[in-house]
Write a protein that binds this ligand. Structure first.
Ligand code: SAH
Ligand code: DHB
Ligand code: MG
Length: 224
């Protein structure tokens, strides 16, 4: 491990123990996700807390997540919702969805959360057809190649004032490679360009370092 990574880990351990400490539900969520063979690509605890704060700042009653994995970020977000709130999370992999449902149930969030299985680009048009109330926050964290499509759907499924968060937009700096043939880099760059140019979005992106390496978030507000 690099000296820099060791330093980032130490600072994250300090921040997390102080400001985003694990409880039994979060610990067991990660333990069961690992035991089921899911990759450890959940957000860091202090990033989960940041998502929860965004949801609270938004006064979010309805949240959409694209990319559930074992439901770790879902729990941070779901805990920001009122008792009559709603969180819909989209997951391609049936095994991930099953692990997530168990974790959400243990978290006491099964009544307000719903895991929908399938490719998100199939679930999103179905969701739009249901004509539900708009989402107050959308967290995009699935296959990065489709990020531009996910931002487009997020705009359709939100209202002025909603917040769109895109995870993993830096990837150790690979995002700056305009000639990259990596579909994840291309998808993320397309999403950032859409945020920059979309008349209904005002956004930015920030780099982060920490236990998950050098990465970052894009944030976009749907304009009034
Ligand atoms: N948000 C989670 C991490 C998600 S990892 C957390 O922080 O805890 C990305 C997830 O997106 C994986 O579970 C993967 O199976 C899922 N995924 C990949 N491609 C997808 C697609 N086309 N539609 C929906 N989910 C997809
Ligand atoms: C990967 C995906 C993520 O959502 C993440 O936060 C980190 C890594 C990945 O696919 O490698
Ligand atoms: Mg991610």
């Amino acid at each position: 491990m690099s000296t820099a990574q060791k330093l980032w880990d130490d600072v994250d351990a300090y921040f997390t123990s102080l400001l985003a400490p694990a409880d039994e539900v979060l610990t067991e969520t990660l333990r069961d996700s690992e035991a089921a063979g899911l990759p450890p690509i959940n957000v860091a605890p202090n990033q989960g807390k940041l998502l929860q704060l965004f949801a609270r700042i938004q006064g979010a009653r309805r949240i959409l997540e694209i990319g559930t994995l074992g439901g770790y970020s879902t729990i941070w977000l779901g805990r920001a919702l009122p008792a009559d709130g709603r969180l819909i999370t989209l997951e391609y992999d049936a095994k991930h969805a099953e692990v997530a449902r168990r974790n959400l149930s243990r978290a006491g969030l099964d009544k307000i959360t719903e895991v929908r299985v399938g490719p998100a680009l199939e679930s999103l048009p179905k969701l739009a057809e249901e004509r539900q109330d708009p989402f107050d926050l959308v967290f995009i964290d699935a296959d990065k190649a489709n990020n531009v499509h996910y931002v487009e759907w997020a705009v359709k499924l939100t209202r002025p004032g909603s917040l769109i968060v895109v995870d993993n937009v830096v990837r150790g700096g690979r995002v700056t490679d305009a000639d990259s043939d990596d579909p994840s880099v291309r998808g993320t760059r397309a999403a950032l360009e859409l945020i920059a140019n979309h008349p209904k979005l005002a956004g930015t992106a920030v780099q982060t370092v920490g236990s998950k390496g050098h990465d970052g978030f894009a944030l976009a507000r749907v304009v009034d």
